[in-house]
Each structure stands twice: as structure tokens, then as C-alpha cells.
Write a protein that binds this ligand. Structure first.
Ligand code: C2O
Ligand code: CU
Length: 527
């Protein structure tokens, strides 16, 4: 493999320069928060209708493959009534277009970086890398942080879509600027369905609703404001659901399935309904749970996906039910941070098809049937803060870069089962730990059973203060994949490392082996 000088600049020197920026700003004594939009100018909760993101339309379909073309571009959207906000987003929408994939049918997406060369206030160069979170993609298609696409370049990502039906999402993963890029709008859902999931009587179609929850802060002129509180996290004072501040949704008197993604940069939530009534979790990050789980509250940390069924049949028309947030510890609170959105029950006639939750959803789910006795190795991954940087077992992504991308935290052998002990040894902050490539099952949390709503296939886990979670997984695939904190501010500074699944008979693909191409060479043909 050859590295050009330009590659070295991309992944090394620029990265270090980026790390130095927050310090310079701190030294200047200015606070970006001085420019924050006053609360009195923010919309009142539950005054704006919920919107759904657009659904992506393929530009071409070949045998067994759907091809998409998505520009990462600047647009100005009305998010706060009466203001225009500059976003840098997938096809210019926040969230980006939802991609719908069928199991067994591959997808290819050309992501074209059409962003300006510099951010007007943050001054960084918005290189991008796109990760399809929840997909067992090949290493060069996985959005490896240092596999960056500059403004003016594009890259084709290939998605295998062989896993079980699930809610995935795609978002930026560009080294050291993921938090800024996602704050500018680069996040979207991706739904994969399969025959088993479609055969169940669960809510479908108009009753299967994506909800991407994220928080933002705005300047007085309505632009996104970005502040990391000394690299601890970005906490907004406005809750967006599908890009709408505290929306309200009209619902019929039946069951709805909500695909809830916490797409926030740093904010964790704890949900409950204002009625105190229970709701039912049917799927986690990796798809359907073996059995549905009914709860009255649940925590939801960044990047986790939970599919939740709420039954509105028990409410009289005219009832308003609020999805509330009991602000978990270590998240900065603002007025109305305790509210997410509202549901207004109507007396509209409705279809009663697909209005059930079966008693068993996917009892044969392979990862959920893994047993500790199958594990050939136990490893420990500890998240901590060291010398002002966030680290994984004491390592940062800059260490991975400096090693020529050879440093790894673990080398599991392909197709074997391992137990990983994930440790947040400190008080003061929580970390969502994400392991690429695999789905895992939680064995326990601080020696106790996992929460009911976590009893499904997962790829990211809430590590609260002083929590240790043991997970078990089979390492199918081969090559280098990232492991990191999904508080994107932590990830950028620099709580990210990698592991390598090894196969004695087959080397893994080089994650940097298929680089972005210059946009001026973009052929006219649709991929
Ligand atoms: Cu959702 Cu490594 O990311
Ligand atoms: Cu973290």
C-alpha cells in the first residue's frame, strides 16, 4: 500500500491541527454561547407538526443492486419559524433521505462531497467519511475515519444488506470533525426489511414511523451553534424530532411502531409517557428482539436504535400524550429539555390490519442465542480520560494513525465467539460504546441482568458512570474495524481505536484501499 504526501496530510497533520483549535479559542476568552438565541425566541413545544424525512429514490437498479446518488451539500432550511439555518446535509435535508433496503439486495451509494472548503465560523475543512451504522460492510465501505472524501470528491459505498431486518443509520465519520459534520445535519435512517419481519402482524406502512431525535443550539440569527464544553459534549437547548423542534403528531386509536434513533452528538435521554402508561420495545440496534419487552421508562444513548410500539387505542380522542425526557445525569438541562414531542389522539377512522405485537418476535436470533460457554476469549476494553484526551485502553485514533494503522485493541479470530468486558471506570460522564461490524448480546451490567429493553441484538451500549457491561459476539467478517465512543465530541478528541478480525487463510481488505475520487472525473453514467 502506498501513501502519498497528501494522504499523510489528510490523516495526520490536519488532525493534530484540529485538536489544537479549541484551546486557541479558549485562550481568546470569547464564548460562542454569548451569541445564543434567547429562549424567548425559540418555538413553543408542540406547535409544529411532525415531518417525515424524504425516502431516497434509486437512480439506477441493476440485477440485485440499487444505486443511489447522494450529495452532501449546503442548503438553508427553516427549522425555527421565521429563521433560515445553513445545513450541510445529505441531499440538503435534516435528517437526510431514508434509504429502504430489502434483505438480499445490495445497495451502492455515491456520496458526493459538495461542501464549501471551510466552515464559516468553525474554520475546519469539511472532509467526510460515511458510515452505515449497523451494517457489516467491508472495511473499505465502512466509513473508516481516516478514509476521507474532500470537498469536490466522491466515493461509492457498497452495502451488502445480508443481515436481519433492522433500523440502521448513516452518518459522518470523518476524522476529528464528525461532531461538527453531524451537528451540521449529516445523519439519516436506513431501514432494512426481510421476509420474516414482514410476515409478522406488526404496524407497517403509515404506522411504521421513523423518529430521529437530536438536540441543537442556535445563534441569534438562526444558525447552528457548536460548543463542546471543553470537549465534554455538545448539549443543545432545542430538541428536534426529524428536524422539527418539539413537534406534535396526530395519531389514530391504534398501535404505531416508532423507529427511534438518538442521533444527538452528545445528549442521552430517558423516555416516559406523560400518562405513565407502558410502551413495548420490539427491536434494538440489530433488529427484532427475541421477545417484546414492556417498560414505562428507558434510557436512550447516542446511536442506539429502539423500535417501540405505543398503543393509542386506550385514549379518548382529544387526548394529548407527551413523550417526556427525564434528563439523565451529566447532560446539561435547559427549559423544555424535559419534553421530546407530543401525540394528539384523533377520532379518524383507521385500518386495524397489522395492529398486533406477537408474543415471540425472533426467538431464533443467532446472536441472542450465544452462550458464555462458546466464548474462546475474554477481553477488557476500558474507556478513560488521560492527559486531557479521551482514550480507549489508553489509545487514541492519533495513536492508530501514528502506528500506520497497525495498532489494534484486539485480534479475534474469524467466526469465533468472544466476551468483551466494556468498562467505564470513571464517574462524571457516560459513554456510548460502539463496536463496528458485529451485533452483540448483553450478558450483564455490573453483574446484574441487562435492562429489559436491552434484551435484543445491539451494536452500541450505554456505559453509565462506573458501569461495566459484558457483551458476547461472534466475529463474522475479516479486517480492521473501529471501536469508539459515540459521544462524537469524545470520538473526535480522540476516544477511538480499532480491532482486527483475522482469518489465517485470508487477509482482511485494507480499509484505506479504495479512496475517494475527484468529483471532476465523475462519469455521467448513473454509477
Ligand atoms: Cu455510528 Cu463508528 O459509528
Ligand atoms: Cu465518551
Amino acid at each position: 500500500m502506498q501513501y502519498t504526501r497528501r494522504d499523510a496530510l489528510k490523516v495526520g497533520l490536519f488532525g493534530s491541527a484540529a485538536l489544537a483549535l479549541p484551546l486557541q479559542r479558549a485562550a481568546s476568552g470569547l464564548s460562542v454561547l454569548d451569541d445564543r438565541m434567547p429562549s424567548s425566541n425559540l418555538p413553543k413545544p408542540f406547535t409544529l407538526p411532525l415531518r417525515l424525512p424524504p425516502v431516497a429514490v434509486p437512480v439506477a437498479t441493476h440485477d440485485g443492486e440499487d444505486c443511489y446518488r447522494i450529495a452532501i451539500k449546503e442548503t438553508r432550511l427553516e427549522i425555527l419559524p421565521g429563521f433560515r439555518t445553513t445545513v450541510w446535509a445529505y441531499d440538503g435535508t435534516v435528517p437526510g433521505p431514508t434509504i429502504i433496503a430489502r434483505q438480499g439486495r445490495r445497495a451502492k451509494v455515491r456520496f458526493i462531497n459538495q461542501l464549501p472548503l471551510r466552515h464559516p465560523t468553525l474554520k475546519y475543512t469539511p472532509w467526510t467519511s460515511v458510515h452505515l451504522h449497523g451494517s457489516a460492510s467491508l472495511p473499505s465501505d465502512d466509513g473508516y475515519a481516516s478514509d476521507i472524501t474532500y470537498p469536490g470528491e466522491y466515493k461509492d459505498y457498497r452495502y451488502p444488506n445480508f443481515q436481519h431486518a433492522r433500523t440502521l443509520w448513516y452518518h459522518d465519520h470523518g476524522v476529528h470533525h464528525t461532531a461538527e459534520n453531524v451537528n451540521m445535519g449529516q445523519a439519516a435512517q436506513y431501514h432494512m426489511y426481510d421476509a420474516h419481519e414482514r410476515s409478522l402482524p406488526l404496524p407497517q406502512g403509515a404506522y411504521d414511523v421513523p423518529l430521529t431525535i437530536s438536540d441543537r443550539m442556535f445563534t441569534k440569527t438562526g444558525e447552528f451553534l457548536f460548543d463542546t464544553n471543553d470537549n465534554s459534549g455538545m448539549y443543545g437547548d432545542v430538541i428536534l424530532v426529524n428536524g422539527v423542534p418539539w413537534p406534535v403528531m396526530k395519531v389514530q386509536r391504534r398501535k404505531y411502531r416508532f423507529r427511534i434513533l438518538n442521533g444527538s452528538v452528545s445528549r442521552a435521554y430517558e423516555y416516559s409517557l406523560s400518562t405513565g402508561d407502558p410502551f413495548t420495545v420490539i427491536a434494538t440496534d440489530g433488529g427484532l428482539m427475541p421477545y417484546p419487552q414492556t417498560v414505562t421508562r428507558m434510557r436512550h444513548i447516542m446511536a442506539e436504535r429502539y423500535e417501540v410500539v405505543i398503543d393509542f387505542a386506550r385514549y379518548r380522542p382529544g387526548t394529548r400524550i407527551v413523550l417526556q425526557n427525564r434528563n439523565p445525569k451529566n447532560n446539561i438541562a435547559y427549559p423544555n429539555i424535559d419534553k421530546i414531542m407530543a401525540f394528539d389522539v384523533t377520532d379518524e377512522p383507521f385500518s386495524s390490519a397489522n395492529n398486533e405485537i406477537p408474543a415471540a418476535l425472533d426467538p431464533d436470533c443467532p446472536v441472542m442465542n450465544l452462550q458464555p460457554s462458546q466464548s474462546v476469549k475474554t477481553r477488557r476494553i476500558e474507556l478513560r480520560r488521560q492527559h486531557g484526551l479521551w482514550t480507549v485502553n489508553g489509545h487514541t485514533w492519533d495513536d492508530v494513525v501514528a502506528s500506520g494503522f497497525t495498532l489494534t485493541e484486539a485480534k479475534p479470530v474469524r467466526d469465533t465467539v468472544e466476551i468483551w468486558e466494556l468498562v467505564n471506570g470513571s464517574g462524571g460522564w457516560q459513554h456510548p460504546l460502539h463496536i463496528h461490524l458485529i451485533d452483540f448480546k448483553l450478558l450483564d451490567r455490573n453483574g446484574r441482568p441487562p435492562f429489559a429493553y436491552e434484551r435484543g441484538p445491539k451494536d452500541v451500549v450505554y456505559l453509565g458512570e462506573n458501569e461495566t457491561v459484558r457483551v458476547i459476539a461472534r466475529f463474522e467478517g475479516v479486517g480492521k474495524y473501529m471501536i469508539h465512543c459515540h459521544n462524537l465530541v469524545h470520538e473526535d478528541h480522540d476516544m477511538m481505536s480499532q480491532f482486527e478480525v483475522v482469518d489465517p487463510n485470508a487477509p482482511g481488505e485494507d480499509p484505506l484501499g479504495r479512496r475517494a475520487r475527484n468529483g471532476s472525473f465523475e462519469p455521467d453514467d448513473p454509477l
